[in-house]
Design a protein around this ligand. Structure first.
Ligand code: KG4
Ligand code: ZN
Length: 340
């Protein structure tokens, strides 16, 4: 049984993994705390992790009905992430491993996202299913990247955003439209009743021959669009149309570039994870494009798209099985840990 912690940003999470199964997963989200400020406040996030970490760990142990003595290994996110936030979960996990005299593993946050689409079902029966080579899209509030997973132990970063992340673009556009933070889920909801072809927004870097993304220009074009149309957001239908049109631009870029990379590299499978992978238009767009090209699609369950310790636990267990490699109990966090 492996006890895992995740505290890289604004979710405090603990989970228990055992032989590829997620037996328990508990997430305490800080989204309401940060909503007041329109974004994550690093110092508040760290303090909140400190408050929530032990209750969340106790809840995970309770959910799986196990005691600390049954924990055979401990893991935590080592990076990348907010330094103060990472520090709380990483050092607490090292202390738990030390006290229980168990091996400790520091896990790369994005590596965990890459494997989250392979966890199927809900705890306590959620299990890791058979892996196949794939191209993986990670789209969250802090990152947008495409990764080629040639095997379970070999991955290569293909491209990433040169400025804003896709989730950041959703959130900044949400702010311009006067929507609550985070804007992503709000735009998704509004777009359901809107016409995606009502307004035309740029599709940045869509036709460039690389796997990189850029979203800051799209946000700026929405700002100019609204500046030239005072009072535009006062009309609920126009607001829905605008949300649908902006969402369509983001989704088209993500879907097109992911599919292009998958076809170029000749993989049979595409996966997607990260908070933005909750987006219904993105899930629908990827499903349509993959079925059109005979590619299998694995989308992380929405509960595993946003940050969680279940994905940390599953990856840590597999690393332990494969390489029997652990992290020093005195190792430090790596807030800027690159994926490659
Ligand atoms: O992965 P995540 O929880 O945190 C980071 O590591 O950043 O992702 C949060 C991001 C936010 O930008 C949020 O607006 C976005 O994911 N998001 C969505 C949706 N749900 C969450 N964006 C678009 N549509 C959604 N349904
Ligand atoms: Zn994340």
């Amino acid at each position: 049984m492996l006890l895992a912690f995740e505290t890289s940003c604004d979710e405090t999470s603990a989970a228990l993994a055992h032989h590829g199964r997620v037996l328990a997963s508990v997430v305490a989200s800080q989204v309401r705390l940060h909503a007041e400020y329109g974004g994550v406040v690093p110092e508040l996030a760290a303090r909140e992790h400190l408050r929530n970490l032990l209750p969340v760990a106790r809840a995970a142990l309770g959910q799986a009905n196990v005691g600390p003595a049954q924990v055979e290994a401990v893991a935590a996110t080592r990076g990348p992430g907010l330094p103060g936030a990472l520090l709380v979960g990483f050092k607490a996990a090292q202390a738990v491993a030390f006290v229980l005299r168990r091996p400790f593993l520091g896990i790369h946050h994005h590596e965990a996202h890459l494997f989250s689409p392979w966890i199927q079902g809900q705890p306590p029966t959620a299990a890791f299913s058979e892996f196949e080579p794939n191209v993986s899209l990670i789209a969250s509030g802090g990152h947008t990247m495409l990764v080629h997973l040639e095997s379970e132990s070999h991955h290569r970063l293909l491209g990433s955003t040169v400025d804003d992340a896709a989730g950041e673009c959703f959130d900044k556009v949400g702010k311009l439209l006067g929507l609550p933070y985070p804007g992503g889920p709000e735009i998704d909801r509004l777009a359901q009743g809107g016409n995606a072809a009502a307004f035309s927004f740029p599709r940045p870097m869509l036709n460039e021959a690389n796997d990189d993304f850029s979203f800051s220009g799209l946000k700026t074009s929405v700002r100019y669009f609204l500046r030239d149309r005072p009072g535009f957001c006062g009309d609920p239908q126009r607001l829905r149309d605008l949300a649908a049109s902006v969402q369509a631009a983001i989704v088209e870029v993500l879907v097109t570039k992911t599919l292009r990379a998958a076809r170029r590299l000749g993989v049979g499978c595409v996966t997607a994870s990260g908070g933005v992978a909750c987006n219904r238009a993105l899930r629908h767009g990827l499903a349509g494009a993959c079925s059109g090209h005979g590619l299998r699609l694995r989308l992380a369950d929405p509960s595993l798209c946003t940050d969680n310790a279940a994905m940390i636990g599953v990856v840590a267990e597999r690393q332990l099985m494969r390489r029997a490699e652990t992290t020093s109990p005195t190792a430090e966090i790596l807030p800027n840990w690159p994926l490659d």
